[in-house]
Design a protein around this ligand. Structure first.
Ligand code: SF4
Ligand code: SF4
Length: 248
């Protein structure tokens, strides 16, 4: 149990947060094997997948992200809860670039992306499901077997790519090529986790929640919900804190 979820122990939402926590932990375990074997990886400081993409997320993902922010970025979480979508203004997204003289803006990108920090995602520990799966998971083809297509911005990891090229006679791992299950097992000795299984586990948490919302909409609502819950969980301050009662 991590502290982000522990404070909600005993509530209905605690089960949701714990299940998401377990799902994310399982994805990390599965991806560890794949990342060791995969022929390509993300270049340092890339983040291009977040620059013009804002995730649409289910409430359970939003609640986990909200719990993570309330634990790790309380002031920011309070600000988002208070202002709602207005907390993510065009100015907010662009102003960080202006300091460096660049006028690049990412108004169509993720509102939690920061181009000026080395790893760009400002909520890495609480990020959503697609952020954890993108690039490092596969889908199923018509034959029911797993397949995988590298992100076009990935770069070869030399030792693995060279070994793969040696095995197959390829000159290099091909960007844009879709790898089949047998091909991956032959070349790399592993396959990535199946994206559909992770999504099914998420959807099973609340089958009625069929409409994912843009992150900028879902996150403020989730933070408000958790803050309300914390309000009822926190014992009230005593009316008379004086250690010397008047009647003594
Ligand atoms: S998944 Fe692709 S776009 Fe995203 S950080 Fe990795 S290489 Fe860059
Ligand atoms: S939450 Fe983080 S990883 Fe996900 S899209 Fe936004 S910046 Fe990218």
């Amino acid at each position: 149990m991590i502290k982000e979820t522990a404070r909600f122990s005993g509530t209905v939402l605690y089960d949701v947060l714990k299940t998401i926590e377990q799902l994310y932990s399982d994805i990390e375990t599965d991806q560890k094997v794949w990342k060791e074997k995969a022929p390509v990886g993300c270049p340092d400081g890339c983040g291009k997948c977040c620059m013009h993409f804002e995730p649409e997320i289910y409430e359970a993902e939003a609640l986990y992200l909200a719990a993570w922010m309330l634990e790790n970025q309380k002031e920011r979480a309070d600000h988002i809860a208070e202002l709602g979508e207005a907390a993510f203004t065009h100015r907010d997204i662009c102003s960080r670039n202006d300091e460096g003289g660049s006028d690049e803006c990412y108004e169509d990108g993720c509102v939690l992306f920061d181009p000026k920090t080395p790893y760009h995602c400002t909520v890495y520990g609480g990020r959503c499901l697609i952020c954890r799966l993108f690039g490092f998971s596969g889908d199923h083809g018509k034959d029911g077997y797993i397949r995988w297509k590298p992100c076009r911005h990935m770069q070869p990891l030399n030792s693995v790519a060279d070994a793969a090229a040696e095995l197959s006679g390829m000159q290099a791992v091909q960007a844009g090529h879709q790898y089949g299950q047998d091909e991956m097992m032959c070349l790399f000795g592993a396959v990535p986790p199946f994206m559909g299984a992770a999504s099914s586990r998420l959807l099973a948490l609340n089958p009625d929640d069929t409409h994912p919302q843009p992150l900028r909409t879902a996150l403020p609502a989730a933070i408000r919900k958790l803050k309300m819950l914390l309000h009822f969980l926190t014992p009230p301050e005593p009316d008379c804190p004086s250690p010397h009662p008047l009647s003594a």
